[in-house]
Structures are given as structure tokens and as C-alpha cells.
Design a binder for this molecule. Sequence first.
Ligand SMILES: *Cc1c(COP(=O)(O)O)cnc(C)c1O
Length: 239
Amino acid sequence: MNKLVTENLAKVERRVQAACARAGRSRDEVTLIAVSKTKPVSLIEELLPGGTRDFGENKVQELCEKCEQLPGDIRWHLIGHLQRNKVKYVVDKACLIHSVDSLRLAQAVSQEGVKKQVTVPILIEVNMAGEESKFGVKPQEAESLIREIARLPAVSVQGLMTIAPFVSDPEENRIHFANMKKLCVDIKGKNIDNVNMNVLSMGMTGDYEVAIEEGATMIRVGTGIFGERKFGERLETMQ
Ligand SMILES: *Cc1c(COP(=O)(O)O)cnc(C)c1O
């Protein structure tokens, strides 16, 4: 038994609750996604008795392999960059694809959704800080992309996702989270058919408390729960 993972989760949970309290938000407005990428199935299993069901993976193949080995009531979130040729493997396994950032990708997802007769819930990934190395659309392009995606038959836009810069002081990311919330409210106000802007996926181990204070409804915590990953596996960027 690796008790560490459940202890880590309990610590994160306490901090999530405290952040919700500070922001005057209810704890059930925030879904904690345990990011299990690169970690073995046995560590995920440690968390199941406690009721954790939302897990995040950044690679399609790894998500599919783990999905096969673990109980069917787990909600698998695809949080990493998705290539069009991998779409067919994941549309009916992920509960939410967080990383759609082009019309071409959304079209591929929708086509596969039509084939499998499912409507695929997606988020639009936005590069809030304008980092060269990151995927995601520019904030000013999000609305027009969403308008185009909204016309596709088998995808359903649920909100936005961002990966904030890697910083030592999480306060540096507050502005990006606040801008993302503004963008979300703004697009929601346009009442685009077939689009609901209820999900804001933002905040990771280093900055999830600030993200909650600024309105995150999903936070993605890996290291804080499962411990460090091997070097180079922190994030999947374009390099
Ligand atoms: C790896 C990853 C996370 C989790 O990162 P930690 O810093 O370990 O919490 C969150 N979001 C995405 C998109 C990731 O790839």
C-alpha cells in the first residue's frame, strides 16, 4: 500500500476547500482532476476507495490502456495535445477533451462522434499568456473559433481550458486566470447555440488555489497528488 498518494490527496483537498472558502465558493463548484499521466495504474487504484473518479491523462494511448484496466465509472479527462489521427481512439473514452484548439481538430472529433453516435464534450484551449511554446488559440480568436465549432453536429463546447506559465510565484498567474474568467463570461454572454460556457479548466499543482479564487471549475493536479514525474514529463509543449 502506498499511503502517500492518499495523504497527498487529503492535503490538496484541504487546500481546495480553503481556497473555495476564501473565494466564497461552494466546494462542489470545483472538480479536482487527479492527473495520473506517467503514473502506474496501481497508484490510481489507491485513490478509488476514497471516491476519486476524475483522472487526467495527456496521451491518448496511455488513457486508453488505463481505461481498459480500471473500473468503468472513472471519468477520463484528456488534457494533453490531441493529434487528429488519434481522435478515433479517444472520443468514446474521454468524458471531456480539454485541448481542442483548431477547427480542423474539432471537425475530426465531430466526424468520429457522428460515426460512434456520441456527442463529444470539449473545451477550447486558450493560450492566455501568449507563450510561444504552448498550444492553444489566442484569447482574441477564441470566440470566432467557438462560433465555427458550434455548427459541427457531434461536439459540444463546454468551456475553456488554459495552461498557465510555469512560475515560482503563483500570484504571477492570477492575471491570466482572471482574464480567462472574463473571456468565458464574455463568450457566455453571446449565447451561442450549442455552446455552454460552464467549465473553466485552469490551475495545476503550483497555482490551483489562485485559479480557484479566480473562478476555476476544474483544476488539474498531478505532482501534488502523485509526486514528481521524470524530467521532461512535466508538460507537453510544442518543443
Ligand atoms: C501534467 C499536466 C497537469 C498537471 O501538472 P502538475 O504541475 O503536475 O500538477 C495539468 N494540466 C496539463 C495539461 C498537464 O499536461
